[in-house]
Structures are given as C-alpha cells and as structure tokens.
Design a protein around this ligand. Structure first.
Ligand code: ARG
Length: 569
C-alpha cells in the first residue's frame, strides 16, 4: 500500500469538502519521528488563502480527515503549531507492510516506469587520455541512475558516448606521424597524452603545426586510409585501458556509441537545419541562432571540421529514431552546463524532441586528490591508481579491524576489493551530485559513520544473524507490542518505496544513500540493545523478521548504488 498516495488523496478530499481552493501542499516524512510518519503543510497554505489562522484550519482538516474510512491505517492525527498536521501510522500496519517487503519474492517497490524508456548517457571519457578522475563521477552516478530507473521498471539504455572524434585527433595523428610513426604499436596512453601536451607547447611558437593538425582531421573525416589506421590504433589502445577500469568498477553499458559513430550521420542534421531555414554563415562557419541568445551554436567550423555539438545533435536524432525515449539523461560535469542548454535549445528548434525530454544532471568536481595521482605529462588524475590505493587501504582497514579474519586469503582479497571500490563509490553517491565533493580517505574508509564499509558491514552482520537461525521471518506474527528500537526499523522501512521514486525523480542517488545509512543506524542500535535469538519464540520471530527486512532493503539499496553486498565479512 502506498500510504503517501492515500494520505495525499485524503487531504485533497478534505480540503475540497471544506471548500478550500486547491493548494499545492507537501507531504513529507519528518526527520524526528515524534512528529509522526508524515506531516503536511496543507493547513498553513489553506489558512493563507482563507485568511484564517492556520491552527484553526488544521483542526478543521483534521476533523474532516477523521471521517474518512480510507485512512484506517492511521493511528492518530495531531495538529502542531503553527498549523502542521502530523500522521501516525498504526504499528500493525507497519508490520504488515514490513512483512510484505520481506515475503515479496521480487520486491514491493511500485514499478512506475513500466512502458517508459530512458537513455542514460554517462561515463563518456575521451580517447587518448588516461581514464581520469574527471570521469569517475559521471561513471558512478550514471550507473546508479541506471540501476534506479531499471529498478522502477523503466526500460533503460546505458550509452557510453566516448569522445573518439574531433579536432584533437588531427593533433594526435600529426604528432604520431612526426614523432614515432614506426613505434605506434609501443605507445602508451601516457605517451599520447604527452604528445598532445607537447603539441600545444610547440604550436605556440610554430602556428604551422595547427594547420597540419587541421589538415589531418580533415583527412580523417574524409576517410583517408592512413589517418584512419592511426586513429583506430589510438582507439584500441584507449579501450583496453578503459575496459580495465570498468571491470574494476563493475560498470557496463548497453551500447558504447562514441562520437565517431555519428560521422556519417551529421550531414542529415545539416540538411534538417537547412530545411527549417535555420542555417546561417558566420565568418565561414555554419551556425544556428537561438532566439533570445546572443551566442550562436556552431555546427561546422570555418575549416569544415564538424563539432561536438553537431555530433550530439546527430546522437539525439539517432536515439529518437532507434529507441523513442521518454527521457534522455546526460550525466556530465557542471562545466558543460552552458553547452547542454545550447544543445537542448537547438534540438528543440529542430523538432528532434521537446526540451523536457532532455536533462543534464550536472555533477560537481572531486577535490583533494591532486599531487600523488597526477600523470607525468598532463593534469589528469589517474583513476586506476586511485582505485588501487583504495583497495590497498581497504586491505589494511579490514586486517586491522579483524573483520575478515576467519576467511580464506582469497576471500579476504575479495572483501578488500569490494570494500575499497565500494568506499570510493559511496563517498561520491552519498553526496548531492551537484556539489563539489572532497576525497577524504579517512572518512570514506572506516567501519563507523556514513561510509560504504559501514553499510557493507551492517549487511554482513544481518546475514550472519539470519544464518544462525532457521526461522527467518515474521512467521504467524503475533499481536506483539513493539519496543522503540523495533518500531524505528519498521517505521523507516515503510518509506523505502517513496525514497526510490523520489531519488529517481530528482536524479539524486544520495537520497537512497541517506536512507540506507539511517536504516543501518537504526538496525545497529536495535542490535546492540536487544537479543535477537532467544527463548521467547514470538519475540525471536519478530526480531528475525526485522533483520530480514533490513537485509532485504540493504541488499536492494546497495545494489542500486553499485556496492557489492558481502555475505561474510
Ligand atoms: N566526452 C565528453 C567529455 O569528456 C563528455 C560527453 C558527454 N556526453 C555527451 N553526449 N556530450 O567532456
């Protein structure tokens, strides 16, 4: 049962029968449980409209609500100054829902996404550079959004829009040709990055180099065989490294259609622009003007080279044709905000899709990792090295805490990898995607506090409790009085469904993380205060049930966040 929906409806009905014009009220879960399981500001808003004291209006709404039979799951409704209305659920209803969560073989979350398609454009690193920390957030948040939407029943397509086309390849081909054409087989990604950095240094003194690079990109776009071959080698080299990183992170895509995939699909976009009468020339470049905006969007440069924007337009057109998505989510850094506004405006001018069907989930930067992990040649911070370091620290953490000591060395290593990678992911996902985040090793690799290892450890604890017992559910649940700690678990669990929907709607996996952390805290608090396995059968059954409930939600939630759940730790 969706309590929130029922209560919302009841409030609306009450307002209507009181003759209050529609107000856009909220129905939230209060932070403090003493304020109930739900609270609404409806009376505050209605009071304003009616020009009556909100407390008085709240009282009237409450009376109206009490007449409704649809709220049979509510134990009590209270009015609180200055005019809030708080709802308290009946503990046996909470238990009933909890029981359903455990026993549903699938899960209880309503599949609101059924029949809808969403494309998630994420990770999308640039070829010929090491996989840098710059693309870590997009990869992790994008994957979590993917899991979240899939969980809600959407058809999800994850697309890695690799940066494998563009003028920078003219630079690289020029460099490879002039420096070490015969040694291309031995080049590493770091070498390529170095060649790229060198180019810009040299080109400052010798502008002719830029001309040469432009010429090479032109040849590449025209299908020149030599340019192609060098380009392909560079791509293959990069993909080898990227695959290693994705494997470490446990990330995968449905398709990886990089920018190069659209090389033969850009001309059709230009035709569309032309047909709409929107194509303009500006100093030799092909541009399109967006009403109300000063800067035009560039489609083709004056030297004939295609742009990132043109490829993204071709991408939208292609995606529309192939998948007819209801939504395309771009998980890309905040520094591309202006760019995406431009892209979305042009796409809608061309009639490719409505602007509401496109979202840019812009993430902030990762701070605090400079220095040690930077590559020799450039400013890129090497992700693989960071992940290796995380695993190393996780090995130390688990060894010192003695958590995995009963496991075989092989299993211990598995735990260290899961904990290390999980810590990095969770550190990112527990924060709002939009803010900058700090990479703090101590805070993320700890078994206490809001960290990945803490949640993994709690889940493993639950598994070990369940393992010790054969009975593992609220079998024939008694009319038992719940104590405070027990109640805290069921009260929170009832919101799981709502939290998942809200996290997807707001593109905020951090809401899932917050919820899991709260649940883990509630469970550990309960675990420390009460004996689970015991003589009294009813009590034991209840407590095992609560453990199963916590386990199930932690498993689902950690799965969404992409953290491995360990049965033993
Ligand atoms: N490769 C780009 C970059 O690293 C990100 C691509 C994002 N996706 C897109 N469809 N533009 O900046």
């Amino acid at each position: 049962m969706n309590f929130k929906k029922e209560i919302s409806k009841a409030i609306k009905d009450s307002l209507a029968s009181l003759g209050v014009p529609a107000v856009n009220f909220s129905l939230e879960t209060p932070k403090l449980s003493s304020f109930g399981d739900y609270a609404t500001n409806a009376a505050l808003l209605a009071g304003k409209k009616l020009n009556q004291p909100p407390l008085h209006v709240a009282q009237k709404i409450k009376e109206e609500l009490s007449l409704l039979s649809s709220l049979s799951f509510i134990e009590e409704i209270k009015v609180a100054p200055p005019g809030f209305i708080n709802f308290y659920l009946k503990p046996n209803f909470l238990l009933k829902v909890s029981k359903e969560i455990i026993s549903s073989r699938e899960r209880l979350v309503s599949k609101t996404g059924e029949g809808k398609t969403v494309i998630i454009d994420y990770s999308s690193p640039n070829i010929a550079k090491p996989f840098g920390v710059g693309h870590l957030r997009s990869t992790i948040i994008g994957q979590a959004l993917y899991n979240l939407y899939a969980f809600l029943g959407y058809k999800v397509i994850g697309d890695n829009h690799l940066g494998d086309w563009g003028t920078q390849f003219g630079v690289l081909i020029r460099q490879v040709k002039s420096k070490s054409p015969e040694k291309i087989e031995d080049l590493t990604i770091e070498d390529l990055e170095k060649l790229y950095v060198e180019f810009h240094r040299e080109a400052e003194k010798n502008p002719r180099l830029k001309e040469e690079a432009r010429e090479w990109f032109k040849r590449l776009e025209e299908g020149d065989r030599e340019a192609r071959e060098i380009w392909q080698k560079i791509v293959d080299l990069s993909m080898k490294e990227f695959s290693r990183v994705y494997k470490m992170l446990g990330v995968s895509f449905d398709v990886s259609l990089g920018e190069s995939f659209y090389q033969d699909k850009m001309a059709a976009v230009i035709t569309d622009v032309q047909e709409k009468g929107l194509l303009c020339e500006s100093r030799g470049a092909k541009v399109i003007f967006i009403p109300g905006k000063e800067t035009p969007a560039m489609l083709v440069k004056s030297d004939g080279a295609t742009t990132y924007l043109l490829r993204d337009l071709a991408t939208i057109k292609y995606r529309q044709g192939r998948w007819r998505p209801d939504l395309i989510i771009y998980e890309v850094g905040v520094d591309q905000t202006f760019y995406f506004q431009q892209l979305f405006s042009v796409a809608s001018l061309l009639g490719y899709c409505s602007p509401e069907a496109l979202v840019h989930v812009a993430h902030g930067m990762i701070l605090g990792l400079e220095g040690k992990f930077s590559t020799r040649s450039g400013k890129t911070i090497h992700l693989e090295a960071v992940l290796e370091e995380a695993i190393k620290k996780a090995r130390k953490l688990t060894a010192e805490a003695g958590v995995a000591k009963k496991l075989s060395p092989k299993e211990q290593e598995k735990v260290a990898r899961a904990v290390g990678i999980g810590a990095v992911k969770y550190n990112d996902l527990k924060q709002n995607p939009r803010t900058d985040i700090i990479f703090n090793w101590e805070k993320m690799l700890t078994l206490e506090g809001n960290s990945g290892p803490y949640l993994q450890y709690t889940a493993a604890r639950c598994f070990s409790v369940l393992e010790k017992s054969r009975r593992r559910s609220f079998e024939n649940l008694p009319k038992i009085q719940l104590n405070q700690e027990e109640l805290a678990i069921v009260r929170l669990s009832c919101h799981w469904d709502e939290v998942i929907s809200e996290a997807a709607q707001k593109f905020s996996p951090n809401l899932v993380a917050d919820f899991l952390y709260q649940l883990a805290q509630n469970y550990n608090h309960f675990y420390n205060q009460h004996q689970i396995l015991q003589e009294e059968r009813e009590k034991e059954s209840l407590r095992l049930g609560l453990t199963a409930l916590t386990t199930k939600i932690l498993e689902e939630g950690l799965g969404i966040l992409g953290l491995e759940v360990l049965r033993k730790m």
